[in-house]
Design a protein around this ligand. Sequence first.
Ligand code: KPL
Length: 291
Amino acid sequence: MHWAVIGTGAIGSLMAVNLRRIGEHVSIKPRHANHSSISIIHNAHSYEFSTTTLPLTQPTQIFAAVKAYQVEALLQELSQAPLPEGSSLIISYNGMLDNESMIMPERALHWVTTHGAYRHENEVVHAGMGESWLGWAQVERASSSRPAEVFSALNNALPLLNWSPAINQRRWQKLAVNCLINAFTVIHNCRNGELLQHHLHHDQLVVAEEICWLAQHRGVQLVPEKLVQQAHQVVKNTANNFSSMLMDVRQRRQTEIDYLNGFVARQSAVAGRAAPANEKLWRQVQAISAF
Ligand code: KPL
């Protein structure tokens, strides 16, 4: 199969290298059109990738691991020409977009992961083993069978992969965990593990309750106390890490706060209920990251 990886952050780079290692044909869509090849170092080995541009001319499996604020532009670019027959789009990003059900192409799949990775210059480090879930992005397709070849390649490249007809449930859980950790690390300017010293249980529970209300409004059942426990476990497992949001703030990049706590605040308001705890975190991070 031909793969095109879009987004060479930590996860995109890790997937590109691992797909190559299992013998798949992988190219990368570069951010700047003037690159003709891209090299990624992994475990002291350098992998060279040819670059690809859109529109695609042959059946291709697109693996896009991008920031939430890049999704809309990417989908817009992909919609300029029909994808060649036999292609699919596997997309992964933190958080949720207000209009995502309207803009996701029919053959899009969400990939949700708990693998931890970071990129330093052109080296990618697989920092923590996790697992991943794959499922159709459009709820109407949830009961369609899984794309066997794509599933098997992704599972071989980066195990363990689970097929998830209810991928939305996974996405809400991940959204919640990110909402319960990332903003707090920015506000306290600390590593994930240092959050444990700030006695955030009550604050996190209030944030979680608001998320659960909105999830339930959207047909997804979550339990606030369980989410706080999950976040606690993630904080312990990644104690030494800086969250992606704190890294974004420190490197003066746009954060994903609008798509995490901001999403919860906005969408709760649309559904007729305020979410003041998420709103407060959204505003605090916005203020800290207003460069
Ligand atoms: O996914 C993460 C992130 O940093 O975005 C967590 C779970 C907080 C781990 O650092």
